[in-house]
Structures are given as C-alpha cells and as structure tokens.
Design a protein around this ligand. Structure first.
Ligand code: NAP
Length: 226
C-alpha cells in the first residue's frame, strides 16, 4: 500500500521558498518550527529532493526531546526514515541526512546513477533503483509502502513537489506564508519544473483550515481526487 503524502513548505508573502541562488531563508518562527517538528514526528518517513540536500544540507531529524521520547515509547525509532530523491546518486556521503541521528535512510536513484557513487551510498542507506533517467516516484512510493511506511512527509523543494503533484501522489499540503518578500522570478516556488498548460491538468485543492501563526498564516489544503 502506497503511503499518504503530506507536503509542508514555508513561503514568503510573494510565494518564494528561498532566494534565486537557492539560499535558505528563515521564513517562519518558533511556533511554526514546533508545528513542523510535530508533523514530522507523526510521520513514518520524511522526503526531500537532491536539490534541497545540496542547497540546505538538512538533517530532517525530530528536534523535540518530548516527541522523540513519544516515538520511542510507541516502539518507533527516534527519527522517521529519511528519504532523498536523487537520480544521479549525487547525495554527498557526509550529508547531514546520512550522518546525523540514528535511523534508516533511503536514497532513491535512477538506473543511470553512477555505480561508484551508488556503492558508497549503499554503505550509508538503503538504495532504491527506480526509473531509467529520472527517479520514478510512483515506484519509490510503492517500495516505501512495502517497507511499512504509511505516512510520508515531503519537505521540498519545489521541483520534487511538482513531480509528486504531477504523478497524483500528494494528499495534503501545508503552506506557511511568512511576512517577507524575497522576490526574483527565478526563486523556487511550491511547484517548479515546467508547470502545466491545460487547466484540466492543474491540481485542485480544498481549503481544510487556516490559522494565524507567528507573524504569518498557515494554510492546510487537501488535494481533490479527480
Ligand atoms: P528539490 O525539489 O529539492 O530536488 C529536485 C531534484 O530532485 C531534481 O532536480 C532532480 O534532480 C531530483 N528528482 C529526481 N527524480 C525526480 C522526479 N521524478 N521529480 C522531481 N524531481 C526529481 O530541488 P529544488 O527545486 O532546487 O529546491 C531546492 C530549493 O528549495 C532550495 O533553495 C531550498 O532552500 C528550497 N527549499 C525550501 C523549503 C521551504 O519550505 N521554504 C523546503 C525545501 C527546500 P536529479 O535529476 O539530479 O535527480
């Protein structure tokens, strides 16, 4: 069974996830950090694209001692399984996602990934090979489901999210909108890549909830199934 997928991003008031040179920006505040940590702690796995690994080097660990203890009390590892979508196997072996905190890591690569890089990654992570040149996201989610992952959180970036939306794999989206303007037509947004042309291909959302948080707003969307 494929996991349910919840996307979480923080964007500026003008819809940007970072600067045009892909430099990480603090968009939200402590209340939202705590919410994201709680959301992560409630999931079995958390996923990012290789673009985010190379730009931000996130560890994707659960930060709150309380949530970590809660996970352990319920027989789960301290941190969710951490997953990178990385066609070429470019994840640096010393990346925080592979080295910080205990737990299972998964790197999903394509058949064209460099074999030498893949064999190094196999010493640090479970490697899933799916897709000829680009990672086949449907196959990866099926494999994650077979590993027992029921709830998957996606932390970006915009290219990966667009791929997941295109494949019809996203169930829910949280967008935190913060009180800054980053600007720049080339700065990353929620759904990058080529976009969609036909209106019939646009993802349609239902607004499930709205909350004021820190100095911004949190929107919770569910994705309509067509
Ligand atoms: P990304 O979405 O993290 O990763 C995209 C890469 O994933 C692709 O370029 C591709 O690289 C790989 N990929 C493999 N198979 C794919 C598929 N089927 N569909 C889509 N992607 C696939 O990278 P990004 O768009 O450059 O985003 C990174 C930026 O987002 C950074 O600036 C980061 O700071 C920002 N970010 C912001 C937030 C936020 O909440 N504000 C969260 C996360 C990231 P290969 O061809 O090499 O495989």
């Amino acid at each position: 069974m494929r996991p349910s997928v919840v996307v979480n991003v923080a964007m500026s008031a003008d819809g940007k996830l970072s600067t045009r040179e892909r430099r990480q920006v603090k968009i939200s505040g402590n209340e939202d950090f705590a919410r994201v940590d709680r959301l992560k702690a409630g999931c079995d796995a958390v996923m990012v694209g290789i673009g985010t690994v190379l730009a931000d080097d996130p560890s994707l660990t659960v930060k709150s001692p309380e949530y970590k203890a809660e996970r352990q009390r319920s027989g789960r590892p301290e941190h969710p399984v951490r997953v990178v979508i990385d066609s070429g196997g470019r994840t640096p072996p010393n990346a925080a996602i592979l080295t910080k905190g205990d737990g299972v890591r998964v790197v999903a690569v394509s058949e064209q990934a460099d074999p030498a890089r893949v064999s190094v990654l196999r010493t640090k992570a479970t490697v899933i090979v799916a897709g000829e040149t680009e990672v086949d996201l449907v196959r990866v989610l099926n494999e994650l489901g077979a590993m027992g992952i029921r709830h998957l959180m996606v932390e970006g970036g915009g290219t990966l999210i667009a791929g997941l939306v295109r494949a019809g794999l996203v169930d829910e989206i949280y967008t935190y909108i913060g009180s800054i303007v980053i600007g720049g037509k080339d700065a990353p947004t929620l759904a990058d890549g080529p976009g969609w042309i036909r209106e019939a291909d646009f993802a349609r959302l239902t607004l499930a909830d709205v909350a004021r948080m820190d100095d911004g707003i949190l929107l919770h969307w569910t994705v309509k199934r067509v």
